[in-house]
Design a protein around this ligand. Structure first.
Ligand SMILES: [Mn+2]
Length: 272
């Protein structure tokens, strides 16, 4: 099986018990590790990940050890950066054996051509014309912040900030964005409005893919386009507890992580 997960936001200060949350995510990773050949982590697995010069993200020892155990078993684990865990400069790959991907990629998986990305910053080229001015301003602000966050010079400078301050700032920024999302969740905007769907449609005009798989939006979506391509948005491992699995024949399904964990907890009930 090949698994796709995203948006665990491990370490989020918006969680009442973040250790318990991290344990649950790791339980899921171990469970899928039982029959996984490859695992795609499609971004924002961590709520704030920064490899400071004076301190690496030690807080996530349980997760990094779990990832290490998976790659030691021979499972290929792909770590796509999201917009909360952009800032890995080699430490994560070295200590866990994951392959870090910094941008969206087209890959053939079990015979299916898939476009994989976290999803932040992917907007169709005519987007800015489509929207009223306040929305355009919001998008422009996000894109500017995104450029700042991705700038290599600024990244190196911030890595020198005392970790206590850097983490304080980072976790607070991340907590606010989580709280905003929890208080006023932005549901599926529909086929004509949802940026990732529009982006996939635009991509289809240039090159057909079987699947577009994204995270970022914290919504579940499995939508077939007119071209036959399917757009999958994974939900999250924060509130929705959803993930996707692909079998050897390239069939993909969105599934409930909670159900999978319950099965693991009660093996007798499933007759295993
Ligand atoms: Mn995100």
């Amino acid at each position: 099986m090949i698994y796709f997960l995203s948006d665990a936001h491990i370490g989020s200060r918006a969680l009442p018990d973040r250790q318990e949350h991290e344990r649950k995510v790791c339980r899921l990773l171990r469970r899928i590790g039982e029959d996984a050949t490859e695992i795609y982590l499609l971004g924002d697995m961590f709520d704030f990940w920064y490899e400071f010069v004076w301190q690496k993200p030690e807080e996530y020892r349980l997760t990094t050890d779990t990832l290490r155990a998976l790659t030691d078993k021979g499972i290929r684990v792909h770590f796509f950066i999201g917009n909360h865990d952009i800032w890995t400069f080699g430490w994560l790959a070295k200590h866990t054996g994951v392959t870090v991907h910094r941008r969206g990629e087209s890959v053939v998986i079990n015979g299916k051509l898939c476009y994989l990305a976290h999803g932040d910053g992917l907007i169709p080229s005519d987007m800015l014309r489509r929207y009223p001015r306040p929305v355009r301003r919001k998008i422009r602000r996000f894109m500017l912040l995104r450029r700042v966050f991705h700038n290599p010079v600024l990244q190196r400078l911030f890595a020198l900030v005392p970790p206590k301050w850097g983490n304080g700032f980072g976790y607070e920024w991340a907590r606010r964005s989580r709280m905003k999302e929890l208080v006023r969740p932005c549901g599926y905007k529909g086929e004509q409005q949802e940026e990732l769907v529009l982006y996939a449609k635009e991509q289809e005009q240039e090159r057909h893919r079987d699947y577009y798989i994204f995270g970022h939006r914290h919504i579940e979506l499995d939508l077939e386009l007119a071209t036959g391509a399917r757009v999958i948005i994974l939900g999250d491992l924060f509130k929705q507890w959803t993930y996707a699995a692909m079998d050897e024949r390239g069939r993909l399904q969105l599934l409930s992580a909670e159900e999978l964990l319950q099965e693991a907890d009660n093996p007798l009930e499933t007759g295993a």
